[in-house]
Design a protein around this ligand. Structure first.
Ligand code: NAD
Length: 452
């Protein structure tokens, strides 16, 4: 454990997003008038808090708390998933919406950022209860979502079925109009797009391959032959495990909320999946070592894919990460303190706002498809996804090298712009990605002018 671990770490996701923003601001070009614009680019435009009464299967009424945050629309309408999870609260949703603004900007898609969530434990709810929570949530949001204003998508513990309910509820409330574009991640027969299910993991694989081909990860030349560990075996993590194995990697550990399964020679992923189906968890898959829920983060590997939730790699365990690359499928899995430790240890972190952008990129394709009343072929989706992810990676890597080469100039400029503030943190890929994103939002504000 590092000395820093003695200091209590602030794990509030919105404070973490702020710390990431503050690290990036010194590197955003044209910081003239930075205080006002920066404040506006960080604060959410709108926060909706809802109280949702729902009749449960036993006939009792339970009240759930729901949130929808529209973070920033400088570059386009809001876009971001809906999460069902016990720890959902206002600050978590604000942070997730902020990361969506940055992600859409990094990926160069014409959306701003948004996010929604309902505080609940979907693992203890029936399908009917989840459907009633979804319908009440969407009905209560009313015109706070819409095909041209704020467009939801799946996130933790929501899926294509949930998105079908979102669409249906919105359509019942807004009849006589074509509303398929109000939500993405829908089933294929309901305006969904082929490849959305695997998009986050596939996009991550494209980013990974690009980073390796650009020699950005010391000691790691290719996915083939590498050892991979994945925390989270849901949409993002499960597909990542299969896709990376398909590229020749050995998946040595996977995990879910109940714990993990490890095997040095490589897991039989079909057996893991069968065990998950039969028992509800990957833990105890025959022939594997049992880990706790954070276990996969600490196994010997080359590529670590956190694909569960925020605050998994912290000051407490960053010293025990034994990977060459951490590539973030989850949003916010690494704290700012852990980022510094990993950087000092020479472990590269491919940040969430780049690495998991494949999901929102294919959501964008789905939205375009819906507005055009079209149905894209999967090969078109894959090819366009590959191009988008490679361009995004190239952009972030270029900025990263530029910022490092010109660090002294940025430091001097910052000393003049913010006398007395600490010097800028030496750039890593997250700082480069965030500066790229905030810079693009800033440019949009500049071009539009601040109303009125
Ligand atoms: P999911 O609901 O499909 O899967 C979540 C997985 O995480 C499950 O295996 C669950 O058991 C595990 N998990 C939950 N709590 C855990 C805990 N405390 N410790 C360890 N494991 C835990 O969700 P998903 O869609 O795969 O999302 C996972 C992460 O990826 C989230 O951070 C989400 O925001 C991010 N993400 C998802 C998408 C997408 O398209 N689905 C896109 C971008 C980012």
């Amino acid at each position: 454990m590092s000395d820093a671990a003695a200091v209590p770490e602030d794990l509030n996701p919105h404070h973490i997003a702020r710390a990431q923003f503050d690290r990036a601001i010194p590197y955003v070009d044209n910081v003239d008038g930075w205080e006002g614009i920066a404040e506006w680019l960080f604060e959410p435009e709108r926060v909706v808090k809802l109280s949702l009464p729902v009749v449960m299967d036993d006939g009792r009424v339970r009240v759930f708390h729901g949130y929808r945050v529209l973070h920033n629309t400088a570059r386009g309408p809001g876009k971001g998933g809906i999460r069902f999870y016990p720890t959902v609260d206002e600050d978590e949703v604000k942070a997730l919406a902020t990361w969506m603004t940055w992600k859409c900007a990094v990926a160069s898609i014409p959306f701003g950022g948004a996010k929604g969530g309902v505080q609940c434990d979907p693992t203890k709810m029936s399908v009917g209860e989840k459907r009633r929570v979804t319908r009440r949530f969407i009905a209560s949001l009313g015109n706070d979502i819409g095909p041209h204003t704020d467009i939801p998508a799946p996130d933790m513990y929501t899926d294509a079925e949930t998105m079908a309910w979102v669409y249906d509820t919105y359509q019942m409330m807004h009849p006589h109009a074509a509303n398929l574009g109000v939500v993405t991640g829908k089933p294929l027969d309901l305006g969904g797009i082929p490849g959305r299910g695997t998009a986050t993991a596939q996009g991550l694989a494209y980013v990974l391959e690009r980073l390796l081909s650009l020699s950005e990860v010391p000691g790691l030349a290719s996915v083939a032959g590498s050892r991979v560990a994945v925390q989270g075996f849901g949409n993002a993590g499960r597909h990542a495990a299969f896709i990376l194995r398909g590229l020749g990697a050995r998946v040595v550990a996977v995990g879910d909320v109940g714990g993990g399964a490890a095997r040095e020679d490589g897991l039989d992923l079909e057996a893991v999946e069968a065990h998950l189906k039969a028992t509800g968890s990957v833990v105890g898959t025959p022939g594997t070592l049992c880990l706790d829920a954070r276990g996969p983060l600490e196994v010997e590997c080359d590529i670590l894919v956190p694909a569960a939730l925020e605050n998994q790699i912290t000051l407490e365990n960053a010293e025990r990460v034994k990977a060459r690359l951490v590539i973030e499928a989850a949003n916010g899995p690494t704290t700012p303190g852990a980022d510094r430790i990993l950087c000092e240890r020479g472990i590269v972190v491919a940040p969430d706002i780049l690495a998991n952008a494949g999901g929102v990129v294919v959501s964008y394709f789905e939205w375009v498809q819906n507005l055009d009343n079209e149905q894209w072929d999967e090969h078109v989706v894959q090819e366009r996804l590959r191009v988008k992810m490679q361009r995004a990676t190239d952009g972030v890597v270029k900025t990263y090298h530029h910022l490092r080469e010109h660090y002294d100039e940025y430091r001097e400029r910052w000393r003049q712009a913010a006398p007395g503030d600490p010097d800028p943190v030496f750039p890593d890929l997250r700082i480069a990605a965030t500066a790229t994103a905030v810079g693009r939002c800033w440019t949009a504000v500049d071009q539009r002018g601040v109303w009125p």
